[in-house]
Design a protein around this ligand. Structure first.
Ligand code: AHG
Ligand code: MN
Ligand code: MN
Length: 345
């Protein structure tokens, strides 16, 4: 038989189009960095992404469905729960409960931990989250978000939930947020840089849009609720005056949205500083360590920024309660260095 004609091949310059990289593919690629990864982490992650797509769909039509306003109950924080808080919380718990690799869930909205597959041999991770961040902004159509943190079960944690969940932020396996803003964006880190994915609503996929985000070393904004200024301890008032009077060699503008995820996302992309200092109403700070400060601090450090409680790195703090609060200062290197120089005086 005559030789078959030689078939030409053309090498594809891969990746042909990085923006077709989905979050699932990215997580799979990232977890190959962990020698004993078995795909469980990406399986867990798909529970998070599914739930946030459902939350996004609700947020996008909030005024049309009976999802605005108060749910008529108060949560463990003593805050009136919004209907969307409850919906987001229940959706995340339901979606994650299908993942056998998850042992425990801790949520801002639940007083106690939720045992998912706690006690089963395959349960390796705890997921800690703020299901809906920025609740006060829901009814006025301002950006809100979901914040999550993932912790692995350390040795001997199987029968000790506190040992599993109350770990310092440095131990997070991954962390991130979804911002329900002008677009729906998921930003996460698993310790190898910070990466952003934008939800393509027509296909329901989070596609890579911001690879390896780096926080500028200095920014144009400071972000704080100055209504509480009179109760800020030193050096916060003097620091804000220094920024405003050009202490870093330039003028600043103030931006404050009142949703941590939105205020941080702007700080991550544009630089500057976000602060929630101790106040008269919240002498230990308002923001929660486990599911607000820790995940945001992990992202900030991975992007080249700094995050402290006004003195110590957030990620070094050893939690003693799931809902404990902390003062929070996070942002660019230059603004944080100036803050800590003033704090040291
Ligand atoms: P949550 O809606 O999850 O309770 O979080 C709200 C937090 C945070 O998103 C934001 O930075 C801060 O509350 C705003 O607090 P003030 O309204 O006191 O400024
Ligand atoms: Mn919050
Ligand atoms: Mn919340």
């Amino acid at each position: 038989m005559a030789d078959a004609p030689a078939l030409e091949i053309e090498h594809l310059s891969h990746p042909a189009n990085p923006s077709l990289l989905t979050i699932q593919q990215h997580v799979m690629r990232e977890q190959r960095r962990f020698p004993n990864a078995t795909g469980e982490f990406s399986w867990l992650f798909s529970g998070l992404t599914l739930a946030t797509k459902m939350i996004a769909a609700r947020v996008r039509r909030a005024g049309l469905s009976d999802i605005l306003g108060s749910a008529g109950a108060t949560n463990v924080q003593g805050e009136v729960q919004q209907k969307l808080d409850v919906f987001a919380n229940e959706t995340l718990i339901e979606s994650l409960s299908w993942k056998e690799t998850i042992g425990l869930i801790a949520s801002e909205e639940n007083d106690r931990l939720t045992a998912v597959h706690y006690g089963s041999p395959g349960a390796k991770y705890a997921v800690v989250f703020d299901p809906l961040d920025g609740s006060s902004n829901i009814d006025v159509n301002v950006s809100v978000g979901t914040i999550f943190s993932i912790l692995r079960c350390p040795d001997g944690c199987a029968d000790d939930p506190a040992k599993w969940v109350l770990q310092p932020g440095r131990k997070q396996v991954a962390a991130g947020y979804v911002l329900y803003g002008s677009s729906t964006m998921l930003v996460y880190t698993s310790g190898n840089g910070v990466h952003g994915f934008t939800l393509e609503p027509s296909i329901g996929a989070y596609l890579l849009s911001h690879e390896n985000i780096k926080m500028p070393a200095r920014g144009p904004y400071y972000s704080v609720n100055e209504a509480y200024r009179d109760s800020f301890p030193a050096p916060y008032p003097a620091y804000l005056d220094a920024l405003r009077k050009g202490g870093l060699g330039k003028k600043y503008a103030l931006r404050y949205i009142g949703s941590l995820v939105a205020d941080f996302h702007r700080t991550l992309l544009k630089g500057g500083v976000f602060l929630y200092p101790p106040t008269a109403d919240a002498p230990g700070g308002k923001l929660r360590l486990m599911y607000e400060a820790n995940p945001i601090a992990f992202l900030a450090e991975q992007a080249g920024g700094i995050a402290t409680d006004g003195a110590k790195p957030i990620l070094e703090l050893v939690p003693d309660a799931v809902h404990q609060r902390t003062p929070f200062v996070v942002g660019s290197r230059d603004e944080l260095e100036l803050f800590h120089q003033m704090a040291a005086r």
